[in-house]
Design a protein around this ligand. Sequence first.
Ligand code: ZN
Length: 1004
Amino acid sequence: MHDDRQLVEARLKRVLDERIRPAVYPESVPLEVAVWHAPGEPVPVAEGLSAVPEPIAVGDRWGAPWGTSWFTVTGTVPAQWAGRSVEAVLDLGFDENMPGFQCEGLVYRPDGTPVKGLNPRNQWIRVGAPVEGGEEVRLHIEAASNPVILDYHPFVPTKLGDKETAGTEPQYRLARMDLAIFDETVWQLVIDLEVLGELMAELPVDSARRWELLRAVERALDAIDLQDVNGTAAAGRAELAGVLATPAAPSAHRISAVGHAHIDSAWLWPLRETVRKVARTTSNMTALLEDEPDFVFAMSQAQQWAWVKEHRPEVWARVVKAVAEGRFVPTGGMWVESDTNMPGSEAMARQFVHGKRFFLDEFGIENDEVWLPDTFGFAAGLPQIIKAAGSKRLLTQKISWSQVNTFPHHTFLWEGIDGTRIFTHFPPVDTYNCSMKGSEIAHAARNFKDKGVARHSLAPTGWGDGGGGTTREMVAKAARLRDLEGSATVTWETPADFFAKAEADYPNPPVWVGELYLELHRATLTSQAKTKQGNRRSESLLREAELWAATAAVRAGHPYPYEQLDRIWKTVLLHQFHDILPGSSIAWVHREAEKTYTAVAAELNDLIDAAQRALAGNPGSGELVFNAAPHARNGVPAGGAAAVAAPALAAELRTRDEGGYVLDDGLLRVEIDGRGLVVSAYDLRSQRETVAPGQAANLLQIHPDFPNMWDAWDVDQFYRNTVTDLVEAAEVAPGEEPGSVRVVRSFGASRVTQLLTVKAGRLDIRTEVDWHETEKFLKLAFPLDVHADRYASESQYGHAYRATHTNTSWEAAKFEACNHKFVHVEEPGWGVALVTDSTYGHDVTRAVRASDSGTTTTLRVSLLRAPRFPDPETDQGVHRFRHALVPGATIGDAVREGWFINLPERRVPGDAVIAPLVTVDDDAVVVTAVKLADDGSGDVVVRFHESRGGRARARLSTGFAATGVAVTDLLERPLADVAAPELTDGSVAVSLRPFELVTLRFSR
Ligand SMILES: [Zn+2]
């Protein structure tokens, strides 16, 4: 037979595009349209409904950037349409290719009941199926003219990302406002042809099935009269029924489709817009659930549920009903889909505490799968936290975005730093916005790495990023793919049902140990420094506020601020969302975040101050030092306060013979040369030099930094090809503080001022940068005379190791990585730590010196970048950083110094001696939280972990009358299967595995 395949395929495309799809709405009449533009920010629904609108016509422009326009559409269903299905077709000026990234609307009835969201792939509102004819139609649309930030030519700097700079130019043109007959048979024919055409394209050209489909499609096209598509659609469908009825092969891959809308809690829109995005999407999804009995929808991020509850009670009622039916499913169990690299130990834990608690309080539902499809890499501390929260499974697909290495599994056990293993699934469909296209389904089946031993994968199905969710077209396609020859099978399922099947299917999955590093978006550890500093400061202040408020409550009956702490935690957790903390949102988001963090700091400082004053005793007679760190400091116990000890003596400052200065405190002697660079840091106790010979530390380096894509997210490896060392100093002189050296440099349009001091054997570096560069990367380098194959970076509840070499592509790809409070490198017996109060990005490289064949391990912390998308002014302005170099540091020293630099002492007038609520007799055991139980019982909750990667046996003593103790999960619920340690005279003996995390709850 002659090969006419391409001819038939081309025929299918043209006939679908030009004849069949347009016949879905064969007749229409225009609606009357009027509009009221809200003058500023969004208004309450009642105000929008009652505003007096002015006429507007289809074709008119509307919508200043970030504006809200309330459209009113009215019309009458023509009498001759009686018996037909009729829809309102409302096109605000959509570009079909950009669901979630442009204008959107939520449709209301005149009484304020929400109907459905409008977005580019969802423009219809059902009027009647069937109608009687003569019905009056009146609908209101709350339309948001969100500008397009990420356009066809992506990553172009734009001022549209902040209402303050976006201007008032209308962004959209009203495209269609009609009542139309909806011909369901034609619509079904479209779906039939799409499913078969897309499946056909994925099958091998030499497969019999492909040709069966081709011939069936040809017969269908022959049966359709192009001058009467509506009259002949049924005949066309009849020709396709046979090929749609043949079942899938027994070995077919099995896809669990989960209805989903990945909604970024802020990104190319501000937080307030996400509140509305969630309302639109949930309206759509509850409506779709009513229409489609097999459909299941899952939504993560308790914060988004809370927004619906607070801001759209009418939508919330529908959500609650669908949840009760088990078809609208809470998933994830986190407050938001957060970043997991940067959040500190307690914050990461609280993501689960507040997420799970919301679902438990509202619905009595606890899910055990963690849902993070889009997060930029996964820290190795996370598995233990997942388990401690009572969860046991993880879903993400983001690692498929890695640029270099292909991850070897789709279903596996992920092992964290402490040995906890979590059953993990990467959907092989490689998207969290599956639309049930044949290419996606075939890709999932082909791509699945665990073929032969496992058969199930999950497909998050629905428009996401900016929301929208699943469409009726996706549901209709899934129905045809349920059991279809040549395709993977598709079934709507909850995440929990999927995981149960996948686990049963695959009893011995492979194991991946250590972090799930995303080989992309590495610059998210640095971009928007103020957001990152706000996060770190908030985490530290929350620790202090809980500690001192709990101490004041127990010791002085001071009221514990439950409500405030709950609210502030949720604010901080929200800002750890995977486009806020990573610095990848528009300017508006980061401008607001900075303000929010300032308010959070003020409120927490007030709480801390009130608690400390309640504890401090007589303010007239002395000064107390409060130590919130988990280790004793200058004679003040961890978590306690005592009269001021003698302040640490300032280092001796003398001039250096070769120029510059020497700082010496008897433990560490630092030489700063005439360029303001640290050419020696001599550890006097070990008699050992820290700085590599012939090199200089505290060296600022600038690189050009213009990645190929994703400016705020990415730094591409080639940035290192060009570097400028900032060695010219405008000033090197003694600083204002005794025993300090001040260094000032100017470069480009920027200026850096540093203050170097030596105290307690540590070189402290305070860096102030007035940053006015464009597309540059600023690093602070420390070339160390250390020979090490690996180095440690702090992660949650411990640290993880990475290689200093680049033997394989996996190691080479980790050229920028995350630390929390410290990075540590060591040779047996001697190490160096670098601790920081606010930076996360760093790199570590090695070189062998020609001069002495020694190894230089260069540690560089990342200070600032200057990408121009999506915020064209990223990081411009003044920034302050604090770092300390700790020569001779063990890993234990690194842990302790990391806490110290983040939790400075506080001095408060008073004369009391304040014993800690909790003391531990082993410094390896770090207490990360002391607080009162969230349930208001007055119980004291203490969370601690082994911090050095070894075993610890310790005695934990309470400084209050403890009457009982229980081991609990992160939600402070006693663990039924773990015996409580014996409480003897208010203390318990604990024995910890490496990095083991434990929560104890003491009753009083
Ligand atoms: Zn996302």
